[in-house]
Structures are given as C-alpha cells and as structure tokens.
Design a protein around this ligand. Structure first.
Ligand code: SAM
Length: 285
C-alpha cells in the first residue's frame, strides 16, 4: 500500500492489464516521489483546479491530489485506464473527474466552465501530442488564456526548442510563438529509467506562464506566416527567405527596421512582431 492508501502503480498496471501501448505513446511513471515532485512544480496547487491530460494509470494524478490540488480534471483517451482512474476518484472523493476523450478534441471552455480559482495544466504526453496541444493552447483567440500555468513533459530536445534564445541552433518557430505569449523555463530533467518502458531519450519538465500581454503587438496569423517563411529557409538572408510571403521583401524589412541581410535566427521576438506588423497591410486577412 502507498501513502495514499492505494496500491503501488506496478500493481495497478498488473491488476488492470495496462501494458503500455506504443500507438498511444505510453511510457508510464511509477515512482510516486517523482510524480509528487512534478506536481509541486505545477503548483501552487492550493485552491487550484488542475487539467491533467493523459493520466494513464494515474501516477501524476495521484501526485497532484496528494500535493493538495483542490480538483483534478483528467482527460484520457485509452479506455483501458478508466477503471484504475475510478479507484483514485473513489479514494479522493469528489476531487477527481475523469473525462474519456481526446485532448486534441476537447473544448476546454466547456469543460472548465464554472471553475473558480486558478486553472493549472499538468501533463506527461506523447511527444507529438504534447507539441500539438501546446501550440493549440498558445494560439488561443483570447489572451490571457484559460490556464495560469502549463507544466509539461517533453523530450529534452523539444524543451530546448521551446526556451531557445536568438542566435542559437534551437531557436525557431516554436520558440518565437511560445515566448511571444508566455514565459517558459526548463525546471528539471527526468531520466529514461524513470519510465516503463523507458523512452529513447531524456525528458524535461517545462513550465510556462502566460504573459499578460504579448512581448510586442502583432496578429498571430501574421507572426506565424513570417516565422514559417523565415525559419523555413533559416540559412538564407531575410530578403530572400521572405519572398514566399511578400513581393516587397525590402519594403517590409525596412518598415520593420530590420537589415535585409540578417538571418531568421538573429531576430528577437520583438523584431519578429515588427515584421508581422509590417507585413499585415500588404497581406490583409
Ligand atoms: N501520465 C501518465 C504517467 O505519467 O505515467 C501517463 C503518461 S503516457 C506518456 C501518455 C498518456 O497520454 C497515455 O496514458 C496515453 O493514453 C495518453 N494520451 C495519448 N494521446 C492522448 C490524447 N490525444 N488525449 C488524451 N490522452 C492521450
């Protein structure tokens, strides 16, 4: 029996036949000390509702509840996990709601309507789903968004792209989109050996908090258009790489106050926003 009165995760997995499925990107965390550490990194949890995506057998879910989350709403698409999650819900009466669904399809506004207090998101998701859902949350039409913080597990290499600064190899579209609207930092790494089965590479916990206002004004669609073009040909000068988005590259770059011979990875986020503003009148949406 663990501290929370529930069986150890290894037994839960055996009892419910939850062999990890590769197709669902399943790598489970079994050490409740580690999941409590991740839960603390997602805090402060007092009075907070946590949206957890991909609880699986419930290691992180149990960490979040043990560390004092007022409520956890957990979205899982693998129906095999639901009976194990129901046992956690019974042990933490009224504090865990399990939603049988796909994180990419959920309507967070409907799911979280009526919640008072901060909403924090915590997730250990497969790499491709994690990045796609981060982008979905960063593209929210209204800002600040529904979340007060995101605490997410990524492959180390993706975490480095999220927090990368200009003039570095990892700086790219994901860095610009993320840091334009949020502050992001890598908190700590999680070794491959912490997972069952172990993934191929080290993972990292990244925490993001939304900025009240983006770094500099721009329309999201314009920002995404210029970063896609600029980083799509990252070794070329901007006067060349921006040709796919405007016929007047020199005019756009001059209007943004950017030397046309510079390359994408040298631009700050504020400079990308200036480029997005300069391109807007030339490409009315
Ligand atoms: N949170 C658990 C842990 O840390 O041990 C499980 C982590 S495992 C890497 C990822 C979990 O996300 C799996 O349970 C998987 O079924 C679930 N998952 C994958 N894609 C999903 C999606 N689109 N929506 C909801 N859950 C998903």
């Amino acid at each position: 029996m663990s501290e929370d009165g529930l069986p150890p995760l290894r037994e839960v997995i055996a009892a419910h036949g939850l062999q990890a499925k590769k197709s669902l990107g399943q790598n489970f965390l079994l050490d409740l000390n580690l999941t409590r550490r991740i839960a603390r990194a997602a805090g402060p949890l007092d009075g907070a509702t946590v949206l957890e995506i991909g609880p699986g057998p419930g290691g992180l879910t149990r960490g979040l509840l043990a560390e004092g989350a007022a409520k956890v709403i957990a979205v899982e698409r693998d129906e095999r996990c639901l009976p194990a999650l129901a046992e956690i819900a019974a042990a933490y009466s009224g504090r865990l709601e399990v939603v049988d669904g796909d994180a990419m399809e959920i309507d967070e506004a409907a799911l979280l309507s009526g919640v008072s207090g901060p909403i924090r998101v915590a997730a250990n998701l497969p790499y491709n789903v994690g990045t796609a859902i981060l982008v979905k949350w960063l593209r929210a039409e209204t800002w600040p968004p529904f979340w007060s913080s995101l605490t997410l597990m990524f492959q180390r290499e993706v975490a480095e792209r999220i927090v990368a600064k200009p003039d570095s190899e990892n700086y790219g579209r994901l860095s610009v989109l993320t840091q334009w609207r949020a502050e992001a930092k890598i908190l700590f790494d999680v070794a491959r050996s912490a997972f069952v089965p172990p993934p191929k590479i080290t993972s990292s916990i990244v925490r993001l908090e939304p900025r009240a206002e983006p770094v500099a004004p721009a329309r999201l669609a314009d920002l995404e258009r210029v970063t896609a073009a600029a980083f799509g040909q990252r070794r070329k000068m901007l006067r060349q790489s921006l040709k796919s988005v405007t016929a007047d590259t020199e005019g756009v770059l001059n209007a943004a106050g950017i030397d046309p011979t510079r390359r994408a990875e040298t631009l700050s986020i504020a400079e990308f926003a200036a480029l997005a503003r300069a391109i807007a009148p030339r490409n009315p949406i």
